[in-house]
Design a protein around this ligand. Structure first.
Ligand code: ADP
Length: 488
């Protein structure tokens, strides 16, 4: 099939979270299945044109916008394995310090216009390179207007007559909400400015456009696909999602083995596999050394890598920090986000430098070193659409302790010392007590000479490759194409 993936970020070019991991990995896996797949994203300041050997393939391409045509350039590069990647260059929109926010964590005020323009440009690029996608796969609110444009302003366009749309929700908590006066600036028909359209409690909601207009909807785990249809976790869109529930599917994200594999990871101090874990011990010593923690093989090293956002449940970690620090453990936290959380953890670390290290920032090599060197990985997320770090942790033999929600519930099976089955530790209620109890269970097992290695083996042999997920997307793409053509 001819498939165009459109995303606002993709590894390794520019990347702030799980969406970037997925947008960089899924097209490669679809390519391996033999599809003609291409990826399109904005050219941000963060994208290293030289390193990725991007070349200009068109300049001055005209893109219609509400304020008149805008000229954009088109650059082309590749994902490893050869999948073509197109970059829309429009410096006034994308050549900025951050992808979505200023350095002081404020959303750019023109985000709706920027990403509407990106969507419109992506469609013009299809024409320019004469690529008629059978499926256009859009991700999250930034690209949610793609199915809207195709089904409204461009509905009669012969070029896109055979283009079905699939829209993936990576996180329903981020909807692209804007003051209603922004909507007319997005080149949308007036008729859409109603509660049955993109209006949402007095605001414009771009994500809702994707939910209403895409042929099929997916989200990134089976459990999350159920949770978002409930009032508790639907962020006000559960009604829309219930209406579309027969078109909504959960497909778990995978792991890109080119990025995350302890047998050949270029960022880590020593390589290892499930049959020879000597390298993992060396990675732990190296990590302790880097973090200026006492280098102790037998002291359990706990880790967190996370956006510091309410969703991630780090308030639960903060609540038990003192109790944890009284135990014989070390803890490293790598993350950035909400300033009060950053400050609180920083302050705590200053009091306990020999036990607690807090690194504020986005540091990819360190994230690999932590996955390889830690013993336990903590994810107390209040909600978690899929979650990638618990899967990376499994592959690196670092045992996850998770709140059983969303993708964490789908991927982590409580370890049972009686049967030797399971790959981690779960807690059901999002409370500090339940979290602490799960950590204590894990720490008890850590001392068990035969059970702990068994648990590590279970973790490291889990199969979360993208190939399996890509086959599910392939099946859904065909279904979307059939649906669009009016076939059952
Ligand atoms: P989300 O997309 O909600 O942030 P995911 O678990 O789906 O959460 O994906 C997060 C991705 O971002 C992972 O690849 C994780 O390693 C990475 N990441 C998050 N914070 C950092 C950080 N501070 N430094 C490096 N990588 C990070």
């Amino acid at each position: 099939m001819k498939i165009l993936c459109a995303a606002s970020e993709a590894a390794p070019f520019a990347h702030t979270g799980g969406l970037g991991d997925v947008a960089g990995a899924l097209p490669k896996a679809l390519g391996r299945l033999g599809h003609d797949v291409r990826l399109i994203m904005p050219l941000y300041q963060a994208v290293d044109v030289q390193r990725h050997r991007l070349r200009i393939v068109a300049s001055g391409l005209s893109v219609p916008t509400a304020s008149g045509p805008q000229a954009v350039d088109l650059l082309e590069g590749n994902l490893s394995g050869g999948v073509p990647v197109y970059f829309i260059r429009h410096d006034p929109s994308f050549h900025r310090a951050g992808l979505y926010q200023t350095p002081s964590a404020e959303d750019y005020p023109d985000n709706a216009e920027r990403f509407a323009m990106f969507c419109r440009a992506a469609l013009e690029v299809c024409r320019q390179i004469d690529f008629q996608p059978e499926v256009l796969h859009a991700h999250d609110w930034q690209t949610a207007l793609l199915p809207v444009y195709l089904k409204t302003t461009l509905s009669g366009d012969p070029f896109f007559q055979r283009t079905a749309t699939v829209f993936t929700i990576h996180n329903l908590g981020y909807q692209g909400l804007f003051p209603p006066e922004v909507l007319p600036r997005l080149m949308l028909p007036r008729a859409l400015f109603t509660p049955a359209g993109l209006e949402f409690y007095g605001k414009g909601n771009l994500l809702k456009g994707g939910l209403l207009f895409a042929d099929l909807l997916t989200t990134v785990s089976r459990r999350y696909s159920q949770e978002i249809r409930t009032a508790e976790q639907g962020f006000g869109l559960d009604g829309v999602l219930r209406e579309r529930q027969t078109d909504l599917f959960g497909v778990l994200n995978g792991i890109d083995p080119e990025e995350w594999n302890p047998a050949c990871d270029p960022h880590i101090a020593a390589h290892y596999t499930v049959v020879d874990l000597a390298g993992k011990a060396r990675c732990k010593a190296d990590l302790q050394h880097r973090l200026k923690l006492p280098v102790r093989a037998t002291v359990p090293l706990l880790a967190v890598i996370s956006r510091l956002a309410g969703q991630k449940g780090l308030d639960l970690l903060y609540a038990i920090l003192e109790t944890l620090m009284a135990l014989n453990v070390q803890l490293v936290l790598l993350g950035s986000g909400e300033k009060p959380l950053e400050a609180a953890f920083r302050e705590a670390a200053a009091k306990q430098p020999s036990k607690l290290v807090v690194r504020i920032g986005f540091d990819i090599p360190l994230s690999h070193q932590i996955e390889a060197g830690a013993d336990l990985f903590l994810m107390p997320s209040r909600y978690e659409p899929c979650g990638l770090n618990q899967m990376y942790s499994l592959v690196y033999g670092t045992i996850p302790v998770v709140h059983a929600t969303g993708g964490l519930d789908d991927t982590i099976v409580q370890f049972d010392p009686g049967t030797g089955q399971g790959n981690g530790f779960r807690f059901e209620d999002a409370t500090a007590d339940a979290f602490l109890q799960a950590i204590r269970q894990a720490l008890t097992l850590y001392r068990e000479k035969t059970l702990w290695p068994r648990l590590i083996t279970n973790a490291m042999t889990a199969d979360f490759t993208w190939d399996r997920s890509a086959r599910e997307y392939e099946r859904l793409y065909r279904r979307a194409a059939d649906k669009m053509r009016g076939q059952p």
